[in-house]
Design a protein around this ligand. Structure first.
Ligand code: ATP
Length: 360
């Protein structure tokens, strides 16, 4: 139909059915992904899910067993790395230690035989963009981690790559610098309109740096969507558990539109047969007195407060009941329940997600 066709026309970077095996194990399993021109997409997933392998296939550093890669309509699946015009920033930055910062940035331009005056101009421009114009003569070891990171970024960007690939490139920085760099890279990416694929296992990074997130699990894309899609409407149990904090409450269907939840019968049109888990975000839950009645649009469980932990902008209250434990996130400044208090925990039914229990 028309919308599907538009998506196809908009697609700039296109992975179709990419697969990579190592012996009997499949590192990347039928990964398909369309990225629009100028879009930034994060590959987010736990260690070993195939993020780096996917990125390295894009860069041309390893060959896929199956599938195709296209950029702007041209297939590049078998093209050698240096002919792909991709900017790749590694986790380790991989700067040349014996070369000055300026020569590091010039490297890709020299390789392409760009004229010297033009190289000087573009290097100056690249270093200015990452705010390192004054450090061009230093060696990489004379720079901080964040500065090295920027040199690697400038080096990748001066060749005007068709696609920018970033592999956990902020993970060596301390928390504050990482946060600043996220915003800086995002703003450079946006102002240049450069199509970017970003590998991370850090959710905040994925949320702040990207237009869309592809959540990977065991070599496959579990879900792709905006940060809000992924967070509010996780498509699978894995995504619900991996992205953001979640409570999982064991539940059982109990006939005539009721569900057994933490020992109480609740009004809930259960979408699943038998035993399942009900997922609820801690910040959607509220603690009330056990005597308080809940409306029809809320669910409720009873429990006892194990402890409250102050974590700056909010308080986490751990509650234990018949079905196990759950965490409620309350704004700090609200009256806190005391340890040992008998309480009820309530939340809007619409904020619950049901997923089948996984076989152990
Ligand atoms: P991390 O976040 O830890 O970097 P990742 O998601 O990037 O993980 P990959 O590095 O792509 O994961 O690895 C995916 C799977 O393929 C892993 O199980 C890994 O052990 C395996 N693998 C990767 N490279 C090789 C290799 N050269 N030989 C054998 N197995 C490999």
């Amino acid at each position: 139909d028309g919308s599907a066709r538009n998506v196809w026309i908009m697609s700039y970077l296109e992975l179709a059915g990419l697969q990579k095996r190592y012996g009997a194990s499949i590192a990347v399993d039928e990964v398909s992904l369309s990225v629009a021109k100028g879009e930034s997409v994060a590959l987010l997933g736990p260690s070993g899910c195939g993020k780096t392998t996917t990125l390295r296939m894009l860069a041309g550093l390893i060959a896929p067993d199956r599938g195709t890669i296209r950029v702007d309509g041209t297939e590049i699946t078998r093209l050698p790395a240096h002919k792909r015009n991709m900017g790749y920033v590694f986790q380790s930055y991989a700067l040349f230690p014996h070369l000055s910062v300026a020569r590091n940035v010039a490297f890709g331009l020299e390789e392409r035989g760009v004229a010297r005056a033009e190289i000087a101009r573009q290097v100056a421009e690249g270093l200015a963009m990452v705010q390192l114009g004054h450090l061009g003569e230093r060696r990489p070891r004379e720079l901080s981690g964040g500065q090295q990171q920027r040199v690697a970024l400038a080096r990748a960007l001066v060749i005007r790559p068709s696609v920018l690939l970033l592999d956990e490139s902020l993970s060596n920085l301390d928390a504050k610098l990482r946060d600043a760099m996220r915003h800086e890279i995002r703003s450079i990416q946006r102002s240049l309109g450069i199509t970017t694929l970003f590998v991370t296992h850090d959710q905040v990074e994925a949320l702040t740096m990207c237009d869309r997130i592809a959540v990977m699990n065991r070599g496959r894309i579990a879900q792709i969507g905006t940060a809000e899609d992924i967070y509010e409407r996780p498509a699978t149990r894995f995504v619900a558990e991996f992205v953001g904090r979640m409570n999982a409450l064991p539940a059982t269907r109990d006939g005539d539109g009721k569900v057994l939840l933490w020992g109480g019968r609740q009004q809930l049109a259960a979408p699943l047969e038998g035993a399942f888990d009900l997922f609820v975000r801690p910040q959607r839950m509220r603690i009330v007195a056990p005597s308080e009645t809940v409306g029809e649009t809320n669910l409720r469980v009873a429990g006892r407060v194990l402890r409250s932990v102050f974590v700056g902008d909010h308080v986490e209250v751990l509650v234990e009941g018949a079905g196990g434990q759950l965490t409620v996130e309350m704004p700090s400044g609200t009256a806190l329940p005391a340890e040992g208090d008998e309480v009820a925990v309530i939340w809007p039914t619409a904020d619950s997600l049901a997923f089948a229990r996984e076989a152990a």
